[in-house]
Ligand binder design. Sequence first.
Ligand code: GTP
Ligand code: GTP
Length: 447
Amino acid sequence: MTTPIVAVVGRPNVGKSTLFNRLTKSKMALVDDLPGVTRDRLYGRVESYEKPFTLIDTGGFDPPADQAFADEVHAQIKLAMEEADLILFLTDGKYGLSPLDSHVADMLRRSHKPVIACVNKIDSPEKEDAASEFYALGITPLHFISSAHGYGIWDMMQDVMAALPSVEEEDEDNSGEIRVTLLGRPNVGKSSLLNALVGSPRVVVSDVAGTTRDTIDTPFTFDGQDYVLIDTAGIRKLGRVEKGIEKAGVFRSLRSLERAHVAVVVLDAFEGITDQDLRLAGQAVESYRGLVVVLNKWDLLKGEEYKQRRLKERLESAFRFAPYAPVVKISALTKKGVNRVLPQVKKVFEEYNKRIATGPLNKAMEMILAKHQPPMVKGKRLKFYYASQVANRPPTIVLFVNNPKAVHFSYRRYLNNELRGVMGLTKAPLRLLFRERSGRKSHKGRP
Ligand SMILES: Nc1nc2c(ncn2[C@@H]2O[C@H](COP(=O)(O)OP(=O)(O)OP(=O)(O)O)[C@@H](O)[C@H]2O)c(=O)[nH]1
Ligand SMILES: Nc1nc2c(ncn2[C@@H]2O[C@H](COP(=O)(O)OP(=O)(O)OP(=O)(O)O)[C@@H](O)[C@H]2O)c(=O)[nH]1
């Protein structure tokens, strides 16, 4: 199951960040465990609607000073058209239609991606009439919304939901191949690991940075298991892109993650763990991909026991948000340990496919709820009605509850840990979705 990517595009100041904040603010709080530094406004998960998705705020590019902002918008749109599954095109109803809006509309019409147009800053229904000039953009559906106050957002989200694939759609691909993505900041040794894994150096680099993205996947077999290394071109290309590296990098890693089962995050053991490393690992966790942490350049720590211990401590504290991720120490240079990477990937993948039937799941839920009752919220007890696994890859369980927003982070974590135990998940993540259900029957009333 992949999580779709929705990108918000539009001229500066139309309200993209405001919309982004509104939609992501009630996101489920797996992120609470991530160190503050890994949180930014580049992307966020939206899980409070029927279908979860990743939202990307394409604003805030820093164009070189001599370039007009038209170039900035142009760059955003191109990125969004390449990488997103759906585009939210925002315009400013208070300002009125701008020539740049029409230009953006032309570009979007030529893309084959679904687009939903929104006239923002329509703070009340009366303002809609004044904004009817936006129909001239020729993009439908067209919604009148207020990102700041919430007007029209619900209607717009209905169209977004209708355009996105459903969570319950199973991963059709039963070929048994494991899709792996290698993530890591520049110079940690991704290309070296790629070469060591695949055996022979492969020339996959496009020399012109920033042109059409050429995704090249590399299939191979190891110990009788089929693997596909995703976007092997991007692994090398990213190091060469200088401008807008961060945003391009975020996009690349998100897109690769969406196509992967397992992310291998490569760290440089010699340089230590940086914020960027944690951000990449955080993306993998937020995308609910399997995660294997590779400590590369271990050869440089040979005999350095103090440094090894320091690194181990730092790793344990920094990766508290993914305690289940196996860690493999390697040297891509000497190839020592390299053969231990894929067996770990395979173990994670096997758990990633696990299933639990509804009967045993609900029996387990009864015990879990009895052992540690859901807390009272404003004098009312949270009620869990029913649980069901709706997907694997990753294992995804929907919990029906009377008030999903009131399920506190610590209780979510409790449920997640307990259910992981029940399902025998030790190396892979479990995704819990909380859905509203009203009704008198309590969980105990269900068979
Ligand atoms: N009246 C009104 N103002 C809004 C609304 N949404 C955003 N604004 C205001 O518009 C201004 C720009 O909003 P941002 O969300 O920063 O716009 P942006 O598109 O992210 O801007 P860039 O970062 O420059 O790309 C801010 O002053 C917001 O408060 C709205 O629905 N109604
Ligand atoms: N000592 C040591 N050096 C390594 C190891 N792995 C890679 N290197 C060196 O680290 C440097 C970067 O390696 P690359 O494989 O190009 O790193 P990368 O992550 O692909 O870099 P970008 O293309 O910039 O993203 C090269 O000089 C490698 O020789 C290792 O295990 N030990």
